[in-house]
Design a protein. Sequence first.
Length: 445
Amino acid sequence: MKKILLLLQMSSLLFCAGSHAQHTGSILLKNASVIDGTGSAVRSNMDILITSGKIMAIQKDIKVSGAREVDLSGKTVMPSLICAHAHVGTLKGTTSSADNYTRGNLLRHLKKYEDYGVSTVLAMGTDRPLIFNGFIDSTQAGLLPGARLYSAGYGFNTPDPNPGSWMNLLLRPNSPDEVPAMMAQLAAVKPTVVKIWVDDHGGNAQKMKPEIYKAIIREAHLRNIGVAAHLFYAEDARKLTEAGIDIIAHSIRDKEVDQDLLVKMKEKNVTYIPTLSLDEYQFVYADRPDWVDDAFFKASLEPGVFEMITDKSYSEKIKSSPDYQRNMAAFKTAMVNLKKIYDAGIKVALGTDSGAFPIRTQGFTEHLEMELMVKAGLTPAQAITISTRNAARALQIDHDKGTLEKGKVADLIILSANPADDIRNTRKIESVWKEGKEVSKGPLQ
C-alpha cells in the first residue's frame, strides 16, 4: 500500500512540474500583445497567468492545468490607468457642489472611472468626512465596486474664502503658527498627500505666503507625508521646489522652464503632473473639438453637460472672455514645458483634475490627457508609462500596482488595437479587469 501511495505522489509531482502547477480557479490570458507599463517594448503572443487576483507569469506558451483560458489573439493588454490628480463626489449634472457629496454619488463616479479603465484615483484635497469612516479603506481593499480611492483629505488654501469656496472644509491658516494644529487635524484622516493651493487665480486672489507653505511642507514631512502644489507660475515652482515640495500638481504655464529650475526639480526628485487637458478645456469649446460627438466622450458626461458645451452661447461666452487668449497661450506653454521636463529626466505622472467641474469629465479625460502628451512630443509608450507605473509611484502603491509584472495585482485593460501604434487606441476598450476579474466591458457597453 505504501508503494502505491508513493507512486501516486511521484506522479502528481511529475504532472505539476510539467505544467507549472494545477491552477484550478486561475485564468490564463492567451496570445496577447502585452504593454507592461515599465517602458519595455510591446511583447507579442504572450500568455498571462492570473491566480488569486495576481499575475503569476507573463511568457510565451504557458502550460497549466485547471485554468480558464481566454484567447486574446489580435488584442493588446496594458495596465489599468492611475490618475494622480482627480476629484470625486461633487459633480452632478451641470453643477459641482459640496451638496452632491454622497456615498451614492461617490460610487457612481468611481464606477465611471473604472468603466474607462482607470483603476485608481487620488482626490486632490476636496474630500469630506464621509469617506474617512471606512469608505476609502473599503475601496482600496477592493470591497466596493469601481476605482480605488486615495485622498489628500482637506487641502490648504489662503484665508480668502472665495477661491475654492465650494470646498468649504479647506484649511486656511492666517499664519505659520496655525499650521501645526491644522496639520495634526489633517494627519488624523491619513491623507496620501497634502494639497496646497499656491496661485493667484489669474490675478483675482492673493497667493499663499511662502512662510505659510514652508510651514505646511515642514509639518507634513515631519509626518512622512508628501505635499502637492496647485500652481501656475514658474517662479512659484522654483520657490516651492527649493522649499521641498514633492509634487507639482499642474503645469507651469506662464513661461518656459529654464535650466536652473529643471536642475532643481531633478535634484529634489519632484514629480510633475501636467494636467494638460484642464488647460485645453479652458478654451476648446469655443469651437467644436473633433471628439465632441464621439460616443466615448459623450458617455463620460454628466446629464445636461453636452447640451451646455455645444450651445452657441457657451461658445460665444468663452471667446468673449478676457482670459480666452491667456488660456490658449498657457496651454501652448504647458505643452512645451512637459517635453522639456520629461527630457530632463524629471518624473512625470498622469493627473487631469477631472471631476472638479462638469467640463472636466471623468474617465474620458484620462485618455485625452495621454493623447495631449503625445501631441507635446512624447511617444505613446512614454505616455502609457506615465499613466501607469509613474502614477502608481506618485501614490506610493507601485510595489503591487501600476505595471503588469509577476507578483503584481492583475489590474488591466484589454484593447482591440495597440496604443503603441496610435495612443487613441487606449479608447478601444473591450474589457476592464480588477484583481484578475472582469469588471466592465467599457463605457459603451
